[in-house]
Design a protein around this ligand. Structure first.
Ligand code: KG4
Ligand code: ZN
Length: 343
């Protein structure tokens, strides 16, 4: 019979992630990362200018076995050593999620170990635990991915409050849309960053911020429209625009408010530790601005390496550990969820 689990200290947890175009597996022992494997279908998706769900599902089906076996091999761990299997059950592409979830269910059932269902966004938050084994709540997080942009106050290992969020597009989504306007290929964010490196941030685009509201609120639709209008106006007048300047100016307008509001939130709350997560936290401009501003404010910044900001399974294993320690296990009836509210 499946069930009857005992809670171990420093458990070996296998994490599995397949919500979008990365098939990833990772192994942790306690907060120590033993291995992390990421097999991506991004190159295939780039031909279509974005993620095609059916291609993602097929790529996961082809890659999941190899990803898990490589992660176990790199970690020097056998199937029998696994104490729990943590897997992303949402949000994401349904067919893609089902590949990882079905694999995880079968493995957890066969090994008779807990199945832990992880919300992908909570995984992004938990990536910071692998960076600093002493990190504990309370802390403030800047979360910026393709689907979410928010500042969160993590109060306990399992509870957080949303201090501010975007009222329309997410920061990553804005990077991807502006990339398309600038004629850059998928994935947009890293390509905008690359182009911005040779540009001057001197075009006065509006900051991605809603002013005069009691809660901190971000907005990317006005900024995105301003970039589109700037390019169209120049085109109509037959003027040549410097794409690198547009990229650099957009990047500052998109990121600087996130950084300043995160630091302001921590200061207001008297919280001394700041973390960051999500694909946009891999952005070099964000990383250096957040590092400088936290230093000036006397805040300790825990910034996961870039590879643990974008999608990976180490963060899923890390959130798996939080839930394992809290005894939050999933049933075999758990289904994939395309959308899960941030809270
Ligand atoms: O967290 P993530 O890998 O997947 C989601 O959970 O959404 O975030 C992906 C998003 C994409 O919109 C991508 O363009 C953006 O993160 N991104 C970046 C960078 N790397 C990834 N945006 C700006 N600069 C980057 N270097
Ligand atoms: Zn993600």
């Amino acid at each position: 019979m499946y069930g009857n689990f005992s809670i171990k200290k420093n458990p070996v947890i296998l994490g599995i992630e397949s919500s979008c175009d990365e098939t990833a597996a990772a192994v942790i022992r306690g907060r120590t990362l033993l291995s992390s494997v990421i097999l991506s279908s991004a190159a295939e998706q780039a031909k279509y200018g974005g993620v095609v769900p059916e291609i993602a599902s097929r790529a996961h089906t082809d890659a999941i076995d190899e990803a898990v076996k490589s992660a176990l091999k790199d970690a020097g761990v056998a199937f029998k050593d696994i104490d729990a299997v943590a897997v992303t059950y949402g949000a994401g592409l349904l067919g893609a999620l089902l590949v990882g979830l079905s694999f995880a269910k079968a493995l957890a059932y066969t090994l008779n170990v807990p199945l832990i269902a992880v919300n992908h966004i909570r995984g992004h938050l938990a990536a910071a635990y692998l960076c600093d084994e002493n990190l504990k709540p309370p802390y403030v997080t800047l979360l910026a991915s393709g689907g979410h942009t928010a500042i969160l106050h993590t109060k306990t290992y399992t509870e957080f409050e949303i201090l501010g969020r975007t009222s329309d597009d997410a920061a990553g989504e804005a990077f991807d849309k502006v990339a398309r306007v600038l004629g850059l290929p998928y994935p947009g964010g890293p390509n905008v960053q690359r182009l911005a490196e040779s540009g001057k941030a001197d075009i006065p685009f509006p900051r991605a911020l809603v002013k005069n509201v009691s809660k901190m609120q971000f907005s990317y639709s006005g900024l995105k429209t301003a970039v589109i209008n700037y390019c169209h106006n120049a085109e109509q007048k037959g003027e040549k625009i410097n794409l690198a300047d547009v990229a650099a100016s957009f990047q500052c307008a998109a990121i600087d408010p996130l950084v300043s509001k995160t630091v302001e939130s921590a200061k207001k709350l008297g919280v001394k530790v700041v973390t960051a997560g999500g694909g946009v936290a891999a952005n070099e401009h964000l990383r250096s601005a957040l590092t400088n501003e936290c230093e000036k404010a006397g805040l300790k910044l825990i910034l996961p390496q870039k590879v643990y900001c974008t999608d990976n399974a180490a963060m899923i294993a890390a959130e798996g550990l939080i839930q394992y320690e809290a005894g939050i296990f999933a049933s075999m009836d758990t289904n994939a969820c395309a959308q899960i509210p941030l809270k």
